[in-house]
Design a protein around this ligand. Structure first.
Ligand code: GRF
Length: 206
């Protein structure tokens, strides 16, 4: 059986869609089993459903001061769907160290810069302001420190003289849609999901 992937989003979900499209290929080594958004109005939820993927909103605004309580719901939904891998795809809520530890080595993220350059927000504007000539995107494993963790894949794009934030962002996003499915594929091929580790994942909720 292919490992089941849960994708966490907050908005338009174009990277989620790239993962869903790749996983629709019979040769792809993973299945997108569930999409979860912390925002009920995320466009990506509708896109996932149009692809026939289960999609759920677990609104973080219901858990303003209870970050851990929100993550318990997310964790239980992921485990309930049989997910053993999580892909963050534009998920805009900080995760607690406890959740990150629970999914250590099994949670990937895509970030719109060539890490370690430009962690955090507004990466394209900051790249333009810094005058860099090369920009890009990174897929990495998630660790407790934001936008750190082992790098799985990167793609570089040129920064051109007349670039605006939007034009540069679109150039990067095109590459994101290529490297995220590719990085997940290589991650799975290099690190098969063993049943015993799935059991370990289930135990904290038992
Ligand atoms: C992407 O640029 C991704 O790198 C960043 O958030 C954005 C999400 O876009 N983490 P989308 O929702 O996948 O279209």
């Amino acid at each position: 059986m292919k490992p089941r992937v849960g994708v966490l989003i907050s908005g338009r979900g174009s990277n989620m869609q790239a993962l869903i499209r790749a996983a629709a290929n019979a040769d792809y080594p993973a299945e997108v089993a569930l999409v979860i958004s912390n925002r009920a109005d995320a466009v990506g939820l509708d896109i996932a459903r149009q692809h026939g993927i289960a999609a759920r909103a677990i609104p973080s605004r219901n858990f303003r001061t209870d970050r851990a309580g929100h993550e318990v719901q997310i964790h239980e939904a992921l485990i309930g769907a049989g997910c053993t891998i999580v892909c963050l795809a534009g998920y805009m809520r900080l995760l607690t160290p406890e959740f990150v530890t629970l999914w250590a080595g099994r949670m990937l993220n895509i970030h719109p810069s060539l890490l370690p350059a430009f962690p955090g927000l507004d990466t394209h504007a900051r790249a333009l302001a810094a005058g860099v000539k090369i920009h890009g995107c990174t897929v990495h494993l998630v660790t407790a420190a934001m936008d750190e963790g082992p790098i799985l894949a990167q793609a570089a794009v040129p920064v051109l003289p007349d670039d605006t934030e939007t034009v540069l962002g679109d150039r990067v996003l095109t590459q994101e849609h290529i490297i995220y499915p590719m990085a997940l594929l290589h991650y799975i091929d290099s690190k098969p999901t063993h049943p015993e580790s799935v059991a370990a994942l289930l135990s904290p909720c038992a």
